[in-house]
Design a protein around this ligand. Sequence first.
Ligand SMILES: [Fe+2]
Length: 317
Amino acid sequence: MMPQVDPEARALALQAWLCADPLEKALAARTLQSDWVQGRLSLSLTLSQTWNQTLNRTSGHPAQNTADLATPGRPVRPRLVAAGSVPNRPANSAAGRIALMHAIAHIEFNAIDLALDAIWRFDGMPQAYYADWMLVADEEAQHFLLVCEWLAGQDASYGDCDAHDGLWQMAARTAHDPIARMALVPSVLEARGLDATPMIQERLRRNAADMRNARDLSAVAAIEDALTILDRILNDEIGHVRIGRQWFEWLCAQDGLAPEATFDALMEKFNAPWPKPPVNRTARLAAGFSEAQLDRFSQADRPSAHSGRGKLRNQST
Ligand SMILES: [Fe+2]
């Protein structure tokens, strides 16, 4: 059981971030949002007060001070392995579909922590910023729970398959700079899901047609359920990427930086992964990318260093 702390939003976000139990973390993220919307929470602590209040009352996490807060609470399983060690997930068997949806569950689990991290870690943002990320944390938790429910229907659960260990790296590298975080996690890493999800859905639709021909109706039903969940995830993720982009642009405006040049410079500085064509133009336009940016993302090769590079402020990475 998680100990009770005062009803302050950032302290509760950190408490949920520290929680190692996946179900408990997801439910804490859901409760955070519903309590916020119903006016039960304050937003009153500074970052150091958040740390002090939460770490003094939270057991089960090795963090003794702020320097230890690099990675969130995680379960023992799934075993985390290098991305190249995770096997391919062909969707043409029950085991392959479970592995595919397990990978989605792992992404959603990390996405809960990314949203919680954006709430507790970054000081001095407007109230609307924290409210936006509480909404995102709740929706990511809903995604995680939906995928876990699908896995349970296949006699599987989160933790059954190995998962890749790279999802948190960019979060850790941008932990000291909200402008880099808002640029590189939502608009680069999370936006990759906008491109990848329709391709995954296409594979599943082909698989459903094969299963229908084979008269395996339970497999068809499972695939259709998975497609419905992925539709929901894709639709919500457009909003999450848009929220990240809006706060990135707000931070740029505070510092008098040009958003697109700054974004390119941060991509270069952090060696962020360039989108793999084809990009999902419809979803990315809805998320706030410009046509010009998407034209550049559609190029197979990453451009060389951008002229906006010199405008970046110093970062401790
Ligand atoms: Fe999600």
